[in-house]
Design a protein around this ligand. Structure first.
Ligand SMILES: Cc1cc2nc3c(=O)[nH]c(=O)nc-3n(C[C@H](O)[C@H](O)[C@H](O)COP(=O)(O)OP(=O)(O)OC[C@H]3O[C@@H](n4cnc5c(N)ncnc54)[C@H](O)[C@@H]3O)c2cc1C
Length: 303
């Protein structure tokens, strides 16, 4: 109840105050802020994936601007020698307005990254976007086998079937590269598992499927039980160190992150930045009031 109240009230508060809640998990407003955050992370032996905050847009002019911003970001980050790749949300490029133009923008972004030998991860958004995002991924993966990956959400009832169906794109020389996460959107029970134990069980089953089939997973979680479960699977399947990576969000559970790095595993941090941090933060909080707790904890423990 209290979380819901705080999450609902935040959008009404002065931006400066909301920044107190947001600053620990957003790199800043500008590309320079993102470069500074990534440089620090790289210096600590952590790879990055950079995300420009945005999401839902009103028209295709905004989609074009977002595309240009990503193209510029890629050039800047490559110039800075950042050890990291990029994450994109297709709705920022008009997925729900004009799917074909959206595909055109994403293709341009993947082509730019590919030109630098780099990689674009397509984030998975809410359940209304899943079919469209699978389709975009399929087309891009066919043209740029080494330069594009997707996110799969363990809470979706359909995910195992999606995973199996995507295996036709897999080859041992260029494995599929999927980030596996729990899923952040509020989805109804007919679409998504609701209980934590169910979601966690499916997360580990999906991960096991990936290891059994040679898929490269980005194990995206801050849940210690899942990290331990993933480590047990890595051990059971004797997965080489370059056959997977762990991923975490910027500013979240730095202690757990440190123990994973110190044990010699690859870690990548998701670095969001951009002018739209306010809408992004308040929307995320409203969607999932439970993270108020986590955010408060991370502010209190960090400062
Ligand atoms: C790199 C990365 C990329 C992601 N990409 C997507 C995506 O494309 N689509 C999608 O639907 N979801 C995405 N997510 C979000 C994911 O689906 C989960 O909602 C989120 O990671 C929380 O789940 P958890 O596994 O960390 O476990 P939880 O049980 O939710 O969290 C475990 C602990 O981690 C801490 N924690 C978790 N999240 C936060 C937070 N935001 N702030 C502060 N502390 C926190 C808390 O201490 C919590 O107790 C991504 C997550 C990561 C790490």
């Amino acid at each position: 109840m209290l979380n819901r109240l705080i999450a609902g009230t935040l959008p009404l508060l002065p931006k400066r105050f909301v920044w107190l809640f947001s600053r620990s998990y957003i790199a800043g407003e500008t590309v320079d802020d993102a470069m500074a955050a990534c440089t620090d992370l790289n210096a600590a032996g952590i790879k990055t994936t950079i995300d420009i905050l945005g999401e839902f847009i009103r028209n295709m002019d905004e989609a074009k601007k977002n595309c240009e911003e990503y193209l510029a970001l890629i050039d800047v980050a490559q110039r800075h020698g950042i050890d990291g790749n990029y994450s994109v949300k297709p709705t920022m490029f008009g997925l729900l307005i004009d799917a074909e133009s959206c595909y055109g923008h994403l293709r341009e972004i993947v082509a730019r990254a590919a030109g630098h030998g780099n990689f674009i991860r397509i984030d998975m958004e809410d359940s209304g976007c899943v079919d469209l995002e699978l389709d975009v991924f399929r087309r891009l993966k066919t043209e740029f086998p080494e330069n594009v990956g997707l996110v799969l959400q363990a809470y979706l009832r359909r995910t195992r079937d999606d995973l199996k169906a995507l295996m036709d794109l897999h080859t041992p020389s260029v494995p599929l590269n999927f980030r596996l996460c729990k899923g952040i959107y509020a989805e109804p029970g007919r679409i998504a598992y609701q209980r934590r134990d169910e979601i966690n069980a499916h997360f580990l089953q999906d991960l096991e499927f990936m290891f059994q089939n040679g898929v490269y997973p980005g194990i995206a979680t801050h849940d210690r039980a899942l990290v331990d479960g993933a480590l047990a699977l890595i051990d059971r399947y004797q997965v080489a160190r370059d056959g997977y990576e762990f991923q975490m969000l910027y500013g979240v559970t730095p202690e757990l992150r440190r123990t994973i790095i110190e044990a010699g595993h690859t870690m990548r941090v998701y670095v969001p930045y951009g002018r739209h941090w306010f809408g992004y933060s308040t929307r995320r909080l409203k969607e999932n009031p439970k993270i108020v707790n986590s955010i408060l904890k991370s502010i209190l423990l960090k400062k």
